[in-house]
Design a protein around this ligand. Structure first.
Ligand SMILES: [Zn+2]
Length: 150
């Protein structure tokens, strides 16, 4: 698969050349070096694959977990779904810590989740909290106003 290595070489050299000024000679040298490295890597990878007997996923496939539940299913009106075990709860923060020893940040990173899009509390819960905070704010302001006019 020399063409694949050539394509990669071109990509690498192009991105390098766009960052630093290279003379034509340097460019050619760089292409040679990168191409050699890539083809060497490729052939040793091919050897490894042959030795292992096929296309088994490497250990690096484990680093980022793929959620088994569709992401638009995990934050609902009455519950949020734990992607680790599939449990449904009103809030996940304490559960993640107790059941999976995960900090919220680790959880978001593990599943590449956007915390703003996929909060750890159900919609109803965050809505209630928002309302409560609003009412409290309004109440306090009203109280102060009354007192001031008295
Ligand atoms: Zn869980």
């Amino acid at each position: 698969m020399a063409t694949e290595a050539l394509k990669l070489t071109a990509q690498i050299v192009i991105s390098h050349a766009s960052m630093s000024e290279l003379t034509p000679k340097e460019l050619v040298d760089e292409i040679k070096v990168i191409y050699n490295v890539l083809t060497a890597l490729e052939s040793s990878e091919a050897l490894l694959e042959a030795a292992e007997g096929g296309a088994e996923p490497g250990p690096e496939a484990e680093v980022l977990k793929k959620p088994s539940i569709p992401l638009d299913e995990i934050v609902k009106e009455k519950y949020v779904v734990c992607l680790e075990c599939g449990k449904k709860m009103r809030t996940l923060k304490a559960h993640l810590r107790k059941a999976h020893h995960l900090a919220p940040a680790e959880y978001f990173r593990r599943y590449s989740l956007d915390p703003k899009k996929y909060p750890l509390v159900c919609k109803e819960y965050s809505e209630q909290r928002r309302k409560l905070a609003k009412e409290k704010g309004l109440g306090e302001r009203g109280f102060r106003r009354k007192k001031a006019s008295a």
